[in-house]
Design a protein around this ligand. Sequence first.
Ligand code: 2NL
Length: 356
Amino acid sequence: MNPDDLKQRLTDDIASASDLAALEAVRVAAIGKSGSVTALLKTLGAMDADSRAAEGPKIHSLRECVTAAIAERKAALEDAELDRRLKTEHVDLSLPARESPRGSVHPVSQVMDELAEIFADLGFAVAEGPEIEDDWHNFTALNIPETHPARDMHDTFYMAGEHDTQMVLRTHTSPVQIRTMMSEKPPIRIIAPGRVYRSDSDATHTPMFHQIEGLVIDRGIHMGHLKWTLETFLRAFFERDDVVLRMRPSYFPFTEPSAEVDVGWSIEKGRRVVGGSEGWMEVLGSGMVHPKVIAACGLDPAEWQGFAFGTGVDRLAMLKYGMDDLRAFFDGDLRWLKHYGFSAFDVPTLSGGVGA
Ligand code: 2NL
């Protein structure tokens, strides 16, 4: 077929291609490997020079025209397709939103909330303070002498402070209580939850962990107040009325007398649970605030007495929710959090709590 006739036929074919697939078929039949225009191009090779000079430009121009016409038709078909979709498709604003990934509350945060809730019921406020402390608030005011092993470089993270002073990552939350005693008048009833740091790392110790301490300062405070408070707190926390306490004499520089507190456990359905007294495990340290500590905070120990206690929040979480490896708390493994994490709506209700 001569180039002019072929051009006419292909122009008709392109114009009548009603969709992209039909247009593609026309393209392949025209300028594809064995297309009609391609076949015409191939005849040039067998021509003598004069015929080639005459026919060459016609055939090449035919190829260009066809290619351009196909591109134009393709754009028109795509526009038409877009118009059709814009007319027929619409956004349904009434559909529910696609769900985005939702986080969960870390067990340590959940337990801190539970503890704050329980102690709020008992009239304790939450106190907070800096994690980078000076030597005086972290050690000296707490009757921890210069030679005490807690001050050892190996046990504590020191850093340089301003004006040639030395600062320390607080090793307990006690400095928060020191600050409260310095700035507020008794009676004082506070808990101090938060991060604390020790240079210690193995299966049962992480260099950062969470502690909660409690402090009561008032007139006429004695060990009976301490024991009742701890018993009431532990029964509310473990949600069992049969939690039994055992207090053993102990030593802390900042309390006198000092007592370690064990809770009784028993075996239920093959698992060890808090409650009863088949065996004992240590959960708290406690005691009557040392007169030297009270005096260091500017209060008269003859007038004001108090009790204090401290425990690990991570450990309490492990005991209450049956977790077995302390290190998993800080791995950031989302699978672990999915298993143990709490929904933001799991506010601590404490059905077996203090007020109940
Ligand atoms: C433990 C023991 C304890 C305290 C913390 C305290 C705070 C002040 C004064 C006196 Cl300001 N005492 N805190 C008392 C006894 C024990 O913690 O085993 N913690 C993990």
